[in-house]
Design a protein around this ligand. Structure first.
Ligand SMILES: [Zn+2]
Length: 90
């Protein structure tokens, strides 16, 4: 079992060191919540962009690679369409 008592002060809640640490922990937890929300938003954007390429697999460790794959796919598709248009003109 973890001992949560303050090692600095026998009176709970009266140690400035622990109060400062608690404040810092609260600050970091708030920052973490913001970053998690931001990350979730970015993953939603990646998921949305990935729908362009139907067979795209989600790789949580490689969002940039995923988007490179989507870009390559769109460019290749655009290239094919341009070829088709050129053939139609001929
Ligand atoms: Zn303390």
């Amino acid at each position: 079992m973890v001992d949560l008592r303050c090692p600095h002060d026998p009176f709970p809640g009266e140690c400035p060191d622990c109060a400062a640490k608690d404040a810092r922990i609260a600050e970091l937890e708030a920052e973490l919540a913001v970053l998690r929300a931001e990350s979730e938003k970015l993953w939603m954007a990646i998921g949305l962009a990935s729908t362009i390429k139907g067979d795209m697999l989600i790789r949580v460790d490689d969002p940039i690679g995923m988007m490179q794959e989507v870009v390559a796919y769109v460019y290749a598709k655009d290239e094919r369409m341009t070829d088709d248009e050129e053939r139609e003109v001929e």
